[in-house]
Design a protein around this ligand. Structure first.
Ligand SMILES: Cc1cc2nc3c(=O)[nH]c(=O)nc-3n(C[C@H](O)[C@H](O)[C@H](O)COP(=O)(O)OP(=O)(O)OC[C@H]3O[C@@H](n4cnc5c(N)ncnc54)[C@H](O)[C@@H]3O)c2cc1C
Length: 479
């Protein structure tokens, strides 16, 4: 099929930048702030808090992997860097991709960087999350943009993006160049494996940026620790309890807790800990994504080139609703491609895979107006309930018309948001406009679960800006 397979370890032979520990005996620590989760939100919050001189402990469930560990092998990448579950919605309509490693989603994501659009900021402020219109939020986004090294220097279009650009240009449709948080990216054969970690160290994940700052400022980072509960008394958190895979217990007593386990796990952690606000787990948004494929005479090699470098918002506001789709391509390595291809029988599947080098796809990312729910079972583990509503489905259909076949059975979600949202009151949200839970004054949420609705664009920068702002406000209260 022409696929060269894994490129092997290319990472420079230098020591890893971070020095996390995994406790081997039962451990109790004391600090000012314990941060649960080290992804886009948690990594940023840890740096902001540590910079204010606060003693910070970061607890991360996943392991630590760096440049030399990233071989581009799909099986290894999917099993070591991604969460094992839940891997689909309970209804089976959508697969879920979520990271589980030090640095979280920022290690595996495609580096596409969007500032929070103004219209989304106004929409969110109108729900009661008023901080989105503040100057402080602008400053937080500027700080994130700068520390993540976002730039437009590595956005040379891949063959896939050239094809999409051709089509968009022929119709006279909107096309834009994407900014990316990479420095030294090859935008070529290596970049196409970016979803399994960047072996060049080009991707400015939080493991390369905010967590480095946090550790340099004295933060302790523990990996392999699965946080089970936050213990509270009289509306205030006292400690956080976790355990390692080998059964070692870890207790961290702290003056405040930042919850940043991501939109799947944050509501589960809060619910396991006895939080009862009915908005915890609700309002889940997924940006349902599907792909339209086409077979070309020319060789495309869809697994190569900058992960994403072009986009179109031509149909992002269908019928004046404020909802619609964004078009982006993504590198198509065989395993991930299978998840986005419809099944038309064994023979056709064989033909497609054999000729994959001649296929190109356009991703259709739907801004969902309606929502699902994260429920937590008796075992304390989350299940994701989400069925595409009729109006969101209609917009997705509109997004993929123009002659393309809709692959409804092949939807997936990479942007998981909104399951513990910020807002103006406990009736409508799980936390106040600074991310403080309505039930415990020293428990602050700082991840994608805080989104009042779906962001409509790739969410990383928005998550980090929220974490930056919420952590700055928490630091102000603690110092
Ligand atoms: C394949 C892929 C590509 C993407 N591409 C882009 C892109 O190009 N641009 C963009 O803007 N967005 C992209 N995203 C989305 C973006 O990366 C995520 O939305 C973002 O990382 C979510 O941030 P978060 O802080 O909410 O959670 P995460 O970054 O997922 O971090 C949560 C962390 O908490 C840890 N954790 C969870 N539960 C526990 C627990 N109980 N105890 C301890 N630790 C725990 C997890 O292991 C994880 O490391 C992509 C996502 C994926 C999966």
């Amino acid at each position: 099929m022409g696929y060269p397979g894994p490129l092997g370890p290319l990472g420079a032979d230098h020591p890893k930048g971070l020095h996390p520990e995994t406790p081997t005996t039962d451990t109790t620590l004391d600090c000012d702030v314990v941060v649960i989760g080290s992804g886009a939100g948690g990594g940023t919050a840890a740096a902001v808090l540590a910079a204010q001189g606060l003693e910070v402990v970061v607890l991360e469930k996943g392991g630590y992997f760096d440049d030399a560990d990233f071989t581009g092998t799909e099986l290894t990448g999917l099993t070591t860097l991604y969460a094992s579950g839940p891997s689909a919605t309970a209804e089976g309509q959508m697969s879920l991709l979520e990271a589980q490693c030090l640095g979280g989603g920022t290690v595996v994501n495609y580096s596409t960087s969007f500032r929070t659009p103004d219209r989304i900021r106004h929409e969110w402020a109108a729900t009661g999350a008023t901080e989105f219109l503040s100057d402080d939020y602008d400053r937080a986004m500027d700080a994130v943009w700068s520390r993540q090294g976002v730039n437009g220097d590595y956005s040379q279009p891949s063959h896939r993006d050239q094809i999409m650009e051709r089509g968009l240009t022929a119709f006279g449709w909107h096309i834009g160049s994407l900014d990316r948080n990479v420095i030294g990216c090859d935008a070529g054969a290596v970049c196409g494996r970016c979803g399994y970690g960047c072996p060049l160290g080009a991707k400015q994940s939080v493991a390369k940026t905010w967590l480095m700052d946090a550790e340099a400022a004295g933060a302790r980072i523990l990996t392999g620790v699965d946080v089970r509960t936050i213990t509270t008394a009289r509306g205030s958190a006292k400690s956080v309890e976790g355990r390692t895979a080998s059964g070692v217990t870890v207790t961290v007593r702290a003056r405040a807790v930042v919850v940043a386990g991501g939109s799947v796990q944050t509501p589960a952690i809060l619910k396991r800990s006895g939080f009862t606000n009915p908005n915890i787990g609700r309002h889940l948004r997924l940006h349902p994504a599907t792909a339209v494929w086409a077979e070309f005479d020319e060789e495309v090699r869809p697994w190569e080139g900058a992960m994403q470098s072009r986009y179109s918002t031509e149909r992002s506001d269908i019928g004046g609703s404020g909802y619609g789709v964004v078009y982006e391509t993504a590198a198509a390595n065989p395993a991930l491609s299978v998840a986005f291809l419809s099944w038309r029988g064994a023979q056709r599947h064989l033909e497609i895979m054999r000729n994959l080098s001649h296929f190109s796809s356009v991703g259709v990312i739907t801004r969902d107006q309606d929502s699902g729910e994260v429920k937590v079972g008796k075992d304390g583990e989350p299940t994701m309930h989400y069925t595409l509503s009729a109006r969101d489905a209609a917009r997705m259909h509109a997004g993929v018309d123009g002659g393309a076949r809709i692959l409804e059975a092949a939807m997936a979600a990479l942007h998981i948001m909104g399951s513990a949202r910020m807002g103006g009151s406990a009736e409508t949200s799980a936390a106040n406009p600074e991310g403080v839970t309505w039930e415990a004054e020293n428990v602050v949420i700082a991840d994608a679960s805080t989104f009042p609705t779906s962001s409509g664009v790739n969410p990383m920068v928005t998550i980090e800006a929220i974490a930056h702002l919420n952590a700055t406000r928490l630091a102000g209260r603690l110092t």
